[in-house]
Design a protein around this ligand. Sequence first.
Ligand SMILES: *Cc1c(COP(=O)(O)O)cnc(C)c1O
Length: 388
Amino acid sequence: MSIRPIYLDCHATTPVDERVVAAMLPYFTEHFGNPSSISHVYGWEAEAAVKQTREILAAAINATPEEIIFTSGATEANNLAIKGIAEAYFQKGQHIITVATEHSAVIDPCKYLKSLGFEITILPVQKDGLIDLTELEKAFRPETILVSVMAANNEIGVLQPLAEIGEMCRDRNIIFHTDAAQAIAKIPLDVQTMKIDLMSLTAHKVYGPKGIGALYVRRRNPRVQLAPQQHGGGHERGMRSGTLYTPQIVGFGKAVEIALAEQTIENQRLTELRQSLWLQLFQLEGIHLNGHPTQRLAGNLNISIEGVDGAALLLGLQPVMAVSSGSACSSANTSPSHVLTALGHSPQLAYASVRFGIGRFNTQQEIDIVAKHAIATIQSLRKQTTLV
Ligand SMILES: *Cc1c(COP(=O)(O)O)cnc(C)c1O
């Protein structure tokens, strides 16, 4: 195979860490039991492994192991949280609040509920991508049952003020859900101090395997009711039936354990790489940083570039780097990113945007190659436009 582009798309997914793969392997073959089998050692081994991951995840967010419900990923966790709350609390009220920059796995379940008669308020964001808490204050109604605001944005990396939102929701007895797919083990998360009632997690953004995630569901102060969205054998305390996928669960636990242990030092390293990339690119004129300058994920840099065509830009970058553009992140969709337009960008400027997702295996040398090539590409595209 020819030389592959440098991978800088860590918000889409990450490679599985070798240490995670090693931890998973015995659970495909030797320890293959069904964790629900209670009558023999095969089941006990698998159950012990599942229990260990439950404990790791719970400790990571200051929850208890019983509050962790395994799912196939954050998409399913978001669906379970949002539809499960709507179904369990519709007699109390039918109003839900979310934000314009949420992932489609939050927006689309809300749209679906709207089609069933629920009312959805979609909060705007400020120029820096953060929500305005006074807007949230104004959006509350007596019939509001749920607020869903993500922890870290998958496009612009912005970290929303979870503790403040949690406080406001708790004061009004409203359930607070956060999609923490990009945040788990990367920033400090605490469901007690942040007053979070439901939290969606996934493994594959944090060097774990794809196809495994979890939903934290608060059990006390207050106890959150959730209507299951998948019925069957009554696994996961009845909230999500289906045989647990032990190898993936083991990998999820190992991935979070590693990321937590390395969090501080890794965030420092990623911040330096991001800053280096930004300082090199910023030598050009007409480059805008998208999202709050400091209240963001360490590995995220998202820029919009004036005077270039988005499609031509991506084409020019592609041989050297694997990055995402400012079009909607789902490949089935080619509209401009709803996150960037929510910041106030025109469709043209939104298209002419690049998301760099720097991760564990990127080096300074790679950042220098990427910066050099991006600068050359932008300069050459701008020259072409002025010639025409
Ligand atoms: C990736 C992602 C999802 C979807 O997670 P899956 O585990 O791939 O289903 C949801 N929300 C956010 C913010 C994400 O980044």
